[in-house]
Design a protein around this ligand. Structure first.
Ligand code: MG
Length: 243
């Protein structure tokens, strides 16, 4: 089936944002007088819980503490966005080039994420410029769904916005939860593992790439699938200069 759209996850996929999220959580905790410090190993585990507010609630329960999860999450989001707006985070290799190629081929572009909308808007504007929001035909975020990834709800909303079926879209993801959500919406799924997800199980993915600027499969991520095993339209799309 012909590819008509590319749907992107945000955190870890468009950009390596997770460590900034982690540091912003810690800043918010300190401001609220909490002695919590989410180091990288702990945060890697906590990323199994989709959604920052949900992550705070789950951790508070583990620690036996009552906290203002909404207030903490709001402050964390403010701190995160302040840093993003300063231009501290760049797109991952190959993302901007793939977006350019897709636009030239008149493919639709969309975003399906369980992060908060302000985080997506800040990142898109700071990396792709002021017109960035118009590039995407659908942007669905954590605020739009009742169930976060791995539930496919956010991607089903995107497909409904686009008026397309899952098999007409390629989804780019970086995590196991994202893969399950994309597959649950019947999209072909390309995985670009990120700093916090490279240990995860990506079986079921159509293709696993080190990043979008290196359109060959990474042998360390099993199962090994060659780009040449993919439909020719996806090959052309992902290959350098492919038209
Ligand atoms: Mg992600």
């Amino acid at each position: 089936m012909t590819i008509r759209a590319i749907v992107f996850d945000v955190d870890g996929t468009l950009a390596e944002t997770e460590d900034l999220h982690r540091r912003s959580f810690n800043e918010a905790f300190a401001e609220h007088g909490l002695d919590w410090n989410w180091d990288r190993p702990l945060y890697t585990q906590l990323l199994g819980i989709a959604g920052g507010r949900e992550r705070i609630i789950a951790y508070a329960r583990m620690m036996g503490r009552q906290v203002d999860a909404d207030g903490l999450h709001q402050r964390k989001t403010e701190l995160y966005n302040r840093t993003i707006q300063e231009g501290a985070i760049a797109l991952r290799p190959g993302v901007a080039a793939l977006i350019d190629r897709a636009r030239r081929k008149h493919l639709s572009l969309a975003i399906g994420t369980t992060t908060s909308r302000p985080n997506v808007v800040s990142l898109l504007k700071s990396t792709l410029g002021g017109e960035a929001l118009r590039v995407f035909a659908s942007i669905r975020t954590g605020e739009d769904v009742g169930a976060k990834k791995p539930d496919p709800e956010v991607y089903r909303l995107v497909l409904s916005d686009l008026g397309l079926s899952g098999p007409e879209c390629v989804c780019v993801e970086d995590s196991r939860n994202g893969l399950l959500a994309a597959r649950g919406a019947s999209m072909r799924t390309v995985i670009t593992p990120s700093q916090f997800t490279c240990h995860e199980d990506f079986s079921g993915a159509d293709l696993i790439l080190r990043n979008l600027a290196m359109p060959w499969s990474s042998p360390e991520f099993q199962p090994f699938t060659s780009l040449m095993d993919q439909p020719v339209d996806l090959c052309r799309l992902l290959a350098h200069g492919g038209q």
